[in-house]
Write a protein that binds this ligand. Sequence first.
Ligand code: ATP
Ligand code: MG
Ligand code: MG
Ligand code: MG
Length: 584
Amino acid sequence: MIMRMSQLFVRTLRDDPADAEVPSHKLLVRAGYVRRAAPGIYTWLPLGLKVLRNIENIIREEMNAIGAQEMLFPALLPKEPYEATGRWDDYGDNIFRLKDRKGGDFLLGPTHEEMFTLAVKDMYSSYKDLPLSIYQIQTKYRDEARPRAGVLRGREFVMKDSYSFDHNQAGLDASYAAHRAAYIRIFDRLGFEYAVVKATAGAMGGSASEEFLAKAAVGEDTYVQCSHCDYAANVEAVAVRVPAEVDAAAAPAAEVVDTPDCATIDALVAHLNAAQPRADRPWTAGDTLKNVLVVFKHPDGTREPVAIAVPGDREVDAKRLEGQIEPIEVEAFDESEFRKHPSLVKGYIGAGVLGTENASGIRYLLDPRVVAGTSWVTGADVDGKHVVGLVAGRDFNGDGFIEAADVRDGDACPSCDEGSLSTERGIEMGHIFQLGTRYAEALGLKVLDENGKLVTVTMGSYGIGASRAVAAIAENTLDEIGLAWPREIAPAQVHVVAAGKGEEIFAEAERIATELDAVGIEVIYDDRAGKISPGVKFKDAELIGVPTIVTVGRGLTDGNVDVKDRATGEKAEVAAADVVAHLV
Ligand code: ATP
Ligand code: MG
Ligand code: MG
Ligand code: MG
């Protein structure tokens, strides 16, 4: 099927959309790939849908190659499974909730651990049924606090999510390794620069976790890389040794501010201003704490002083925390509450918003606790009745390391002794987790093992943002004049431009387009006649970003056409008669 510009459902725009700041967002709108329907919610036009489908197919091929089976869950989901795992509450404002006509509660799925777990529970009962990996490519919904950069951070977006089921840790290790290898093949094929970094498990719970980050200045993630070894980690997940007991003085590069009497945020702010004044302006409630160590008493006055180390330039972390902080009601302020709500572990240490206020007017102090190798950073409201899920640094395997640090360019590598760390920005493209038994336990997924004993199934979960990949790849490959797609995901391979008025030009362009199409090369053919000048056609071809542009124009009097490589700008004159053979 030749895509004829005279008929293709596309209108390119000369001007950048007013709401777009990121280059890929501007160009995807201007080139007619996507259109905004509502904030964070986008319509896929034919060209955009082709790119999205190409990406989905690469993912699909590589998932199938490791034996994962594709299926499809609904997006509209009942509340009960999410209530059983605690996520109905934990997600807070981040999920879309709705009611049916009978008043029953539903949600639009933000991710599907619960549903996959229940499906396996329904159908399987023996270790002999395992291992199993199943996946879907499906539309997800998250009411993001800050939808951003078009499809890069949408409120509706397409994710490939797969889940592995095993009856022991060795099995999970193997499933995780298979997914990791498949991810490397997928991201290699998608054709952009990326890094695989250690990550925190965040709202998902579980232990081992890695992210695949596309290198990009516009990315919202910061990661560190060692100059010497292959250590790389999201800054949220840099492993540091934690002292067995809280030792304020041992906190690296942090100053101690003793705030013995900070029962209110105002008192804490006043104390910070006295003991740790800022150079530029005074501390106020709502500020991001930077590189200070605050020691303060729990507001109820009965507790020991506790400490929080707050790191350097991480405005972005503080922003992310907004909307993620969800209070839970407790009788007494006690870290055991967090054990009941593991999903509240957000994996942050050291970035905090000073005295933030949530929608219900609860104001937070930050109150970290370190309990027997477990470091918690929590927030408590001033009446001590609410604690918030700003928790970090869980020492998952008891080796004395927590996944948290304040890292900067030049810091020493925590993995080798030789290297130093440098920071880079990236876009999270994929995330793989060893979930362990959290979901299987909450939902009762057990199988009989070799000895006829019931064991809880252990799971992995593996996500890729397919729609985000469209924007991230665009961002990675575009230039000043437009998009420049890698061949495997471009909406077509060749863009044929009929540049001129003569009938022979259109006839020859038509012939070339038809022959390319016949040998299986996808073609956009700019067959627009009338007032559309060759200049406008060139600009559109460059904006749309198909890898090869063939121009049939003046050269045809000598029997030649121009062949241009969109990405490198290289041009060649080729005999019109040979051009199809030249491009195959
Ligand atoms: P982020 O840190 O960017 O908010 P996440 O860690 O919340 O992402 P996961 O729960 O790990 O995301 O979901 C798996 C993948 O889904 C992510 O790696 C990302 O590629 C994609 N994704 C997540 N949120 C969005 C979104 N709002 N828009 C587009 N893609 C998304
Ligand atoms: Mg998120
Ligand atoms: Mg993330
Ligand atoms: Mg993630």
